[in-house]
Design a protein around this ligand. Structure first.
Ligand SMILES: Nc1nc(O)c(N)c(N[C@@H]2O[C@H](COP(=O)(O)O)[C@@H](O)[C@H]2O)n1
Length: 156
């Protein structure tokens, strides 16, 4: 059975990058994965001054709106690095928060899909044929955590 998720208040909402699960990454605490991801768009760009503003955004929706502003200059390598940046942040989220790690592990080998009607890169898009990169990252993080936990059991 495929598991669809999207908004935080819907089933499996903890899989959304907008869920209220903070991460410490590269020495800084970010209130959500979405805050971190949106800020990374501007690292090294002429619009890097927006990074602390995104960091301080009151909600992930506000962070996303700041990061999506089309008049700002994204870092040049954004398309090359964005998937790895997202994966690192999502892994950190599920390593940090034991309760949602359990939710992720309990999905077993089910297919996970971000059911975004507007995003066919991170989600499946309106026709459900999109690339679903967030779902793929979650499945690969699930596998990585399973492997890490099995190693811990062996060496403890
Ligand atoms: N608008 C919106 N609301 C949500 O609740 C979402 N989970 C998303 N999807 C996330 O948006 C991010 C992509 O942002 P860019 O289009 O690259 O600026 C990514 O975190 C998706 O998972 N969108």
């Amino acid at each position: 059975m495929t598991i669809y998720f999207y908004k935080v208040w819907q089933p499996y909402g903890c899989f959304s990058n907008f869920s209220p699960h903070g991460i410490h990454i590269q020495g800084t605490y970010w209130p959500t994965v979405e805050h971190y991801y949106q800020a990374q768009k501007f690292v090294g760009s002429t619009d890097a001054a927006i990074i602390p503003v995104i960091h301080a955004a009151a909600t992930p929706e506000e962070a996303a709106a700041l990061g999506r502003c089309s008049t700002r200059q994204l870092r040049r390598d954004w398309d090359l690095v964005k998937t790895e940046i997202m994966r690192e942040a999502v892994l950190k989220k599920f390593i940090t928060h034991i309760d949602i790690r359990e939710v992720l592990l309990k999905t077993g080998d089910e297919i996970l899909v971000e059911n975004s009607p507007t995003d066919s890169f991170w989600g499946c898009g309106a026709n459900r044929a999109g690339l679903n990169h967030l779902g793929k990252i979650l499945m690969s993080v699930r596998e990585e955590i399973r492997n890490l936990l099995s190693l811990t059991v062996i060496y403890e």
